[in-house]
Design a protein around this ligand. Sequence first.
Ligand code: SF4
Length: 315
Amino acid sequence: MPEPGVGVKLTPRHYAYLKISEGCNHRCTFCIIPSMRGDLVSRPVDEVLIEAEKLVRGGVKELLVISQDTSAYGVDLRYAERDWRGSPRRTQMTALCEALSELGAWVRLHYVYPYPHVDEVIELMADGRILPYLDIPLQHASPRILKLMKRPGAVDRTLQRVQAWRAACPDLTLRSTFIVGFPGETEAEFGELLDFIEAAQLDRVGCFAYSPVEGARANDLPDPVPEAVKHERLERFMAVQARISAARLRAKIGREIEVLVDEIDGDVAIARSAADAPEIDGIVQVADGAGLRPGQFARVRVTGASEHDLDAVRI
Ligand code: SF4
């Protein structure tokens, strides 16, 4: 996935990407990132925190934590302890999140895998210390296809985990990405994926038809799915998810939420809530937002919803 480099801030002033590691220890068969960038190399926690502090001092209101596998952060450094603000901090995902939560900015986690220790960051989300938002690329739901993909994580327990997270943190927004038409995917296995997204009721979902990447091991797998079938499955998947997403957004009508304003367009403020990562999720259009300014937080009441976005007014 393309990511801005460390220290290069190409985004508006009020949000910034915080890259915590490079490379990846997994070997998913459709991906060539490990062969291009090598194994996981984490940045020591104090380095990351010093950068985050500078960003917040410079006006950043939202930190987007990125990596190839955020849940693996620090494993290569054996979770080394470093001093920050006079106390020892571990180079580890939960410890990083705890420290980031002291900075007073929104903290949003991307590319987290469903390992058991993710439960610890759900607690921080439930306590309001970091945003209740988890971007968790699952890619498929059929155990056989996930095995062919060589995906990390205990896939068979993902649904229970999602349900437990929602019970612990009812406001949790879950984003994921999936691939349909992976080599060998049968209609029944695609059906397992549809059943999973119906059951999991994810909030935000990206889906791609499988396309071979030069150098990826998945290219050698037998039984490629014909293009027409891939695209037909993609459309069916997106239709189911659009219905789920629209219903989940409709359920927010009438609620009061906090938003961060990205830009002003005439009388309307284009903003985002905790449920909306910039550039990939939806927006909240605040109808009477002319008095707001980019980078400002505001309380709004949700008045309407579409497939991806919300309408709101100021409270
Ligand atoms: S987890 Fe898999 S898909 Fe993600 S970067 Fe690592 S090898 Fe690639």
